[in-house]
Write a protein that binds this ligand. Structure first.
Ligand SMILES: C[S@@+](CC[C@H](N)C(=O)[O-])C[C@H]1O[C@@H](n2cnc3c(N)ncnc32)[C@H](O)[C@@H]1O
Ligand code: SF4
Ligand code: SF4
Length: 424
């Protein structure tokens, strides 16, 4: 391989990210490192590259130049492209149980647009059957209990109790406004983790989305749970209106809070609230150096060394979502008739998990998306969030606007988290 035919270089100030997209592998270096790497070709020995470089830049010793080339080699920058095998899905890991479509709040952007309160909900017997099947299938699966607001369902506690009896771990996704001094102890015994929605650092911002008085209730519940030693994570939906508050929530809650951009679904007045990929990137990076945009980047090298398959989001393989009436979808944000893979009152979960509808999305990788097929970030980004692609474009095979964010975020994260290898 010749360096310039394969590798890409991205700059941030004095730092340069050198990416070999075909492995994928990378190095973060200074300008001299880039000038040296540009001379690389597999036909030349390191010694001859070092000599050629030193004719132009004599101030570096041969040892320093050779050491740098060895370092780049050990980072697999000159390695052959990974021969990808056919896509092998990950095992099922998270099952979302949407206990109800009912909710005590009316958040202005909510994905849960059903609002048909009399619509049939699953019975405890239905849940018992599905939990028995999950426990027999895969005891390491985690149950994510959500809704609507799960704490408005009389079955949330009995279902969590039964899941615990089977040894299944449960997480509760909640607005937390119904957590109080009477129920928090029971809840902390049943749920190993709480994910609580918080849309701003103060009542004025949070209540604009979630209704008057709710910030105070949510904040009180967070305190109650934390004082009791519960694991609490917060989730903020970022929109055009609250993006400037990301810095404040980060200051207030640190690593407890995670973010996701508004999805174009449900009740969202999307045009008024939507963010571009660039705006979301700016909101995240301007807020704090501590926000990690791609937590998993450092594991990618390992992934290719062992699995050698394309990376993709876990939709339909690592996760599935069961609606309050038993319909099963590949993701909690993709409850769309097109992706309904069955109903747990009519089919076993195993049948649904292996159905043609679920398999189609399970095996839908970046290679199926025109824009992604030849993208230099394909092996890192994996074609982005499939639910988002579909919701933005109406087509699973088309990349949505957040492609822009993915590119910016990957470059930013690599440059800022990978140890600098300077030629000096
Ligand atoms: C549907 S709610 C259910 C649990 C609970 N009622 C709550 O608000 O946390 C689950 C998560 O989805 C988020 N959500 C709702 N609508 C969304 C949308 N259009 N885009 C992105 N996230 C959304 C909520 O903010 C919440 O964090
Ligand atoms: S986001 Fe949660 S709390 Fe808000 S309306 Fe939707 S289900 Fe209810
Ligand atoms: S979504 Fe964008 S960055 Fe990601 S693989 Fe596709 S084209 Fe590349």
């Amino acid at each position: 391989m010749a360096f310039s035919d394969v590798c890409k270089v991205y700059r941030q100030g004095e730092k340069f990210l050198v990416l070999n997209p075909t492995v994928p592998s990378w190095l973060v270096t200074n300008i001299n490192g880039v000038l040296l790497l540009k001379l690389y070709s597999e036909e030349k020995s390191f010694e001859s590259i070092a000599e050629e470089f030193r004719v132009h830049v004599p101030e570096f010793s041969s040892e320093a130049v050779l050491k740098f080339l060895e370092r780049a080699k050990s980072e697999r920058l000159f390695s052959k492209p990974t021969q990808l095998e056919d896509y092998k899905p990950f095992p099922l890991r998270d099952v979302y149980l949407n206990m109800t479509a009912r909710c005590n709040l009316r958040c202005i952007y909510c994905v849960n647009n059903l609002r048909v309160e009399e619509r049939r909900e699953l019975s405890f017997e239905d849940y018992r059957r599905v939990l028995d099947e999950i426990a027999a299938m895969k005891p390491a699966v985690e149950i994510i209990i959500t809704g609507g607001e799960p704490l408005t369902s009389p079955l949330t506690i009995p279902v969590a109790e039964y899941a615990n009896e089977l040894g299944l771990k449960c997480t509760l996704l909640t607005n937390a406004t119904l957590i109080n001094a009477d129920n928090f102890e029971t809840l902390t015994k049943l749920f190993c983790r709480f994910q609580i929605s918080v849309d701003g650092s103060n009542a004025a911002i949070h209540d604009f989305y979630r209704g008057k008085g709710n910030y105070a209730k949510t904040e009180r519940a967070i305190e109650l749970l934390q004082n009791h030693g519960a694991e609490v994570k917060l989730m903020m939906v970022v929109t055009k209106r609250n993006m400037s508050d990301v810095a404040n929530v980060t200051k207030k809650w640190g690593k407890m809070i995670d973010f996701q951009p508004l999805f174009p679904t449900g009740n969202a007045n999307y045009d008024a609230l939507k963010l571009s990929g660039q705006e979301y990137f700016d909101a995240m990076t301007n807020a704090s150096e501590d926000i990690r945009l791609y937590e998993f980047l450092q594991t990618i090298g390992k992934h290719y060394a062992t699995k050698k398959t394309l990376l993709k989001c876990s939709v339909g393989e690592g996760q599935i979502s069961i609606s309050h009436s038993g319909d099963v979808y590949p993701c909690a944000l993709l409850h769309n008739p097109k992706f309904k893979a069955g109903n747990i009152t009519e089919n076993t979960l195993a049948e649904i998990y292996n159905s043609p509808t679920m398999n189609r999305i399970k095996f839908h990788t970046a290679d199926h998306i025109d824009k992604c097929r030849d993208c230099e970030f394909k092996l890192i980004c994996g074609g982005s969030c499939q639910a988002r692609n579909f919701l933005e474009t109406g087509d699973l095979d088309r990349a949505g606007d957040f492609c822009e964010y993915n590119k910016l975020a990957i470059i930013h994260e690599l440059i800022n988290t990978v140890e600098l290898s300077e030629l000096q």
